[in-house]
Design a protein around this ligand. Structure first.
Ligand code: CP
Length: 323
């Protein structure tokens, strides 16, 4: 049985198949905690988790906070605009100061690719990447793996189609690494300006025509157009994008009847997905959100367990000075 030995969780590219399976098994074990009347286990009692979100987030931030609370950890939460980062302090200096307060796990979201790895090299506490620029979003990748396995019973051999702004998507990268390590066949589809051709060298199939690849898919992961990361115009208009790559009822009629539709959120309704598909019977988008808590409980629990406990570093009371 694989043991978790990594200090940090920075991306899925580095992980082995066994480590991915361990994370998914641990998430499976934690899933029922959220169904209990008292949604709490003492697994991280006495530990402190800092949530440092320097980019907007709804799902990831809320589910990390709930995950830490359900593991009985103490939580320290701050955002860029209300911290000394707004006064020019570097993220690494901020992280070192947070660590000096005996924090065990630092969860970091940052707009720069590689920010979480840079901070992880500079601190002794564990770092969990909650999304770094367009590089990776490992816990969203794990949520997607978990949800696919839950709905389809397996990942090995499935045809998974990822549609949209692959170029700027950290979710697409984490999904690609996780899915291919677990034996899925991954097709990337979008406008030529938003699909990096080099992904073919890594084993992805690439298509620019959704109607050609949708009929073979068992799972379709649609992605948000990352307008905040687009420095130039990559698509002629939202309307043309929606016509070619947006999933609507007419396109779904040509897909397998048991196709599941996923999206990491937030959804641009009417662009990536029509409202009837986003809310329809094949959509598992809210299941992804629910699974986010169990997956993040697993991530926090495993990295905190691999890290020497600050509590165990506290010296035993000396009876000669204890009065
Ligand atoms: N999927 C995701 O990362 O959503 P948030 O930006 O709301 O955290």
């Amino acid at each position: 049985m694989t043991r978790w030995t990594r200090k940090d969780l920075l991306g899925l590219e580095d992980l082995t198949r066994e480590e991915l399976e361990l994370l998914l098994e641990q998430a499976e074990a934690f899933k029922e905690v959220s169904l209990r009347p008292i949604k709490k286990v003492p697994a991280l009692r006495g530990r402190t988790v800092a949530l440092c979100f320097l980019e907007p987030s709804t799902r990831t931030r809320a589910s990390f906070e709930l995950a830490a609370k359900r593991l009985s950890a103490d939580i320290l939460s701050f955002q860029g605009s209300s911290s000394s980062i707004a006064k020019g302090e570097s993220v690494l200096d901020t992280a070192r100061n947070i660590e000096a307060m005996r924090v065990d796990v630092l969860v970091l979201r940052h707009s720069t690719s590689g920010a979480a790895a840079q901070v992880a090299r500079g601190v002794r506490c564990s770092v969990v990447n909650a999304g770094d620029g367009s590089h990776e979003h490992p816990t969203q990748g794990l949520v997607d793996l978990y949800t696919i396995r839950e709905k389809k019973g397996r990942i090995e051999g499935l045809n998974v189609l990822i549609v949209g702004d692959i170029l700027h998507s950290r979710v697409a990268r984490s999904d690609f690494w996780g899915l291919t390590k677990l034996g899925a066949k991954v097709t990337l589809c979008g406008p030529p300006t938003l699909v990096p051709p080099a992904m073919e060298l890594l084993g992805a199939r690439i298509s620019y025509r959704l109607e050609e690849v949708l009929p073979q898919a068992d799972v379709v992961i649609t992605l948000r157009l990352q307008l905040e990361r687009q420095q130039e115009k990559y698509i002629p208009s939202f309307r043309e994008y929606a016509r070619a790559y947006g999933l609507d009822r007419a396109k779904l009629e040509k897909a397998k009847p048991d196709l599941i539709v996923m999206h990491p959120g937030p959804v641009n309704r009417g662009v990536e997905l029509s409202p009837e598909v986003a809310d329809g019977p094949q959509s598992v988008i809210l299941d992804q959100v629910t699974n986010g808590i169990a997956v993040r409980m697993a991530a926090l629990y495993l990295v905190a367990g691999a890290h020497p406990r600050h509590a165990s570093e506290v010296p035993e009371p000396n009876p000669e000075v204890a009065g």
